[in-house]
Ligand binder design. Structure first.
Ligand SMILES: [Zn+2]
Length: 286
């Protein structure tokens, strides 16, 4: 896999759309939001926003294409058990599904102890990712729009105009878990506009997402995969034709062409640097 600095691939994502993306953070009271994960069987008509079950359909409505991750399910189940044990409702507050209140204080100590007990760095970051995703899923229910990840009163879905991407190009939005369901994340616009088959979300550290992505890369061959990441040489720009050294631009849309895959890292600079390092390490073994 090669890493190229800069790109000539221009995304026409309508600047006006981006500028009109008004992010309004809802001020939450001290009480925050409560999620009481009542067992689904105890309700005659369970409401998705209040039970502790996350279906694969609910998972995919947020953007992923993978099965519901086993590690995330385990965290959700553990939270449910802990809620029953403590007899204290799960409370979320602020942005990003942060646990609060007595439950949050207890769970914070508990998950830190679990994290410290893991001796493998990979297990640590996978546990971190699963917990982040689980808390954000539960804390965003009934609060954020599942398509645009904005507070429901700020939903901008009606302003999005989907359009097709050149069908031989596929973007992979490799997202840090801290950016998952973040209201001011902009990477989500890619699949909202181009669709999940052209711009696919892959959450960093979530095995099911990463397996799908790496399998596609293996199928395409490493020469068909590029990671777009700016660095000190980012003034250098390559065209798709130069980069892939093929007849991509001469015969666009040919059914015999193999897809060109672009990995886009989505996270803060510090987080994305760590992601890039792991990406390179993993790429060597592919
Ligand atoms: Zn929306």
């Amino acid at each position: 896999m090669r890493y190229i600095a800069g790109t000539s691939v221009v995304l026409d994502t309508s600047p006006s759309l981006l500028f009109h993306c008004r992010i309004r953070r809802r001020k939450l009271g001290a009480a925050g939001r409560r999620l009481v994960m009542t067992p689904v069987n105890s309700r005659s008509q369970p409401r998705e926003s209040e039970d502790g079950i996350i279906s694969v359909e609910e998972w995919r409505r947020w953007g992923p294409v993978s099965p519901f991750p086993a590690a995330v399910k385990q965290i959700v189940d553990d939270l449910k058990v802990l809620e029953c044990k403590l007899d204290s409702p799960i409370e979320f507050g602020g942005n990003g599904g942060k646990l609060q209140g007595p439950f949050g204080a207890y769970e914070d100590k508990k998950h830190r102890a679990t994290y410290e007990a893991l001796n493998d760095p990979e297990k640590k970051f996978r546990f971190f990712s699963a917990r982040q995703v689980a808390c954000r899923l539960l804390g965003s229910r009934g609060y954020l729009c599942q398509k645009c990840w904005l507070a429901m009163e700020d939903c901008m879905c009606s302003y999005i105009k989907p359009c097709g991407l050149w069908k031989q190009i596929r973007f992979w939005l490799y997202m840090h878990p801290r950016d998952f369901l973040r209201q001011n994340n902009t990477g989500k616009l890619l699949w909202q506009i181009f669709g999940v088959q052209s711009a696919t979300l892959c959450v960093f550290g979530i095995a099911e997402d990463e397996e799908i992505m790496w399998n596609e890369f293996k199928r395409a061959g490493k020469n068909q995969v590029r990671c777009l990441y700016p660095n000190q040489n980012s003034e250098v720009t390559f065209s798709v034709k130069d980069t892939f050294g093929c007849s991509a631009s001469e015969n666009p849309g040919s059914s015999s062409m193999t897809d060109l895959h672009f990995i886009l890292l989505d996270g803060t600079w510090n987080n994305s640097a760590a992601m890039l390092k792991l990406l390179k390490d993993h790429a060597k073994s592919v």
